[in-house]
Design a protein. Sequence first.
Length: 524
Amino acid sequence: MAVQWDVGYITRKRAEMHPAKTAIVFEDRPVTYQALNHGVNQWARLLLEQGIRKGDRIAVVLLNCVEFLEAFFAAAKLGAIFVPLNWRLAPPELEYQLDDCGARMLVFHDAFVANVDAIRSRIPVEQGKFIFLESGSPAMPGLDPPGCPDWAETGEALVKGRPATEPDPPVPVEFDDPLAILYTSGTTGNPKGAILSHKQTYFKNFQIAAYSKGSGDEIMVAQVPLFHSGGLFIVATPCLCAGTTMVMRRGFDPNQFAEDIEKYRATNIFALTTMWRMILETGKLDEIDTSSVRFVAGGGERTPPSLFEELANRGLYMQQGFGQTECSAMMSVPKEDVFRKMGSVGKPGFFTDVRIVREDGTRAGPGEIGEITAKGPTVMSGYWNQPEKTAEVLTDGVLKTGDLGYVDEEGYFYIVDRAKDMYRSGGENVYPAEVEKILAGHPKISNVAIIGVPDEKWGEAGLAFVVAAPGEKITDEEIRAFLKDKVARFKHPKAFEFVEELPLTATMKVKKAELKAKYDHRRR
């Protein structure tokens, strides 16, 4: 018999067990577990009245806010599938993902009215199911945030006054049912929607609790966006499942982040490497008391030893880990081994079996480089509507990560390369093929290849090698202007090199290894 249990039980159970305990402190406003669950139930009532049922997709384009989490847990209680979208995306990117998942409802903040308006006639969201929320975010100088357009409904008015009692879903929600779809770009340039189940999320919660060795009395400070796997499934959901108090802001501010550590006596912290660089640059860590902190999680891209040392000098021992949207929180470095195993991404968690395999599928020995694979209840269910892509990476429950690495004699894992050419800029995944595909449509460009190169501020940034079309000349300013409304700014290459030709294989594929070697040679 299938287990009928859903992620929505998290807010229900915590409200029953600790109703008066603070679940979230959002922009310095405390929200108890009881109040959070009441909000979740009111959202669930709205969804039911709007005809949302099990399996329907609900998308959001929201800054961090309490309503984001209320809508998420409400969808979970009904068995609807939650689709958090990156608010940095350009309208064509949002359109593709909304169309791909077949979203029936879209919840969005005032800051993104123009982007939604640009695509609303071409997406499957139904009339009456465009839900507008005020962000409360300070407006740009001289500009007021837009009000609710006539083609949308005001979310606050729809939710306010609804019953806060537990909803009764028409169809029971089962452990293996889809909970969320998280889009992750692929090497073909077409984003893929990773399906995360209720079961996968619970096991991930347990795994993260084991990493942090939490007792339920923790105070977590994090300012990562909730639309990310890291924000929603590494921070928010595990925190609330464990009964932790989570300090949350609309967005990231390095000064505020440091001040929150002291103000709220944080025990746990999560920040990506680029965020830590910005926090350190403020000098605030030297002005505050960090003695309350017991667990520091982070990383997200290649992290230099100097950053670990700078944090350790301030009593903060960052435990780096490894994961993907398809299977996040695979492993983590124990606190006592941060320096002894410098460069490692740690050991696999209790609920994930991670291995290094050779090309023939056999298990590689210590020190031998191969592909990293993962198996266990923390692995995604597959890619939404892409059975062929799913079959490429999932076989008998084993996930091929596409990343290369090795394991040492003590079982600690190390990453040596990203086989799919992805790079991480400021904590964001960037897949060059997505941008290359757009630039290939420029009439002045004959060919283009983008690689990730080290960048002092962002960890990595894009370097584009551009071959102009015959008889044409093109500048980097023209390329930036061409990309402006077609792809998110963080995906834009930071630098350009104009070359006569690119190194190609017999099948006309660019030899990116040669481009990387050329760049590395110049740096020496």
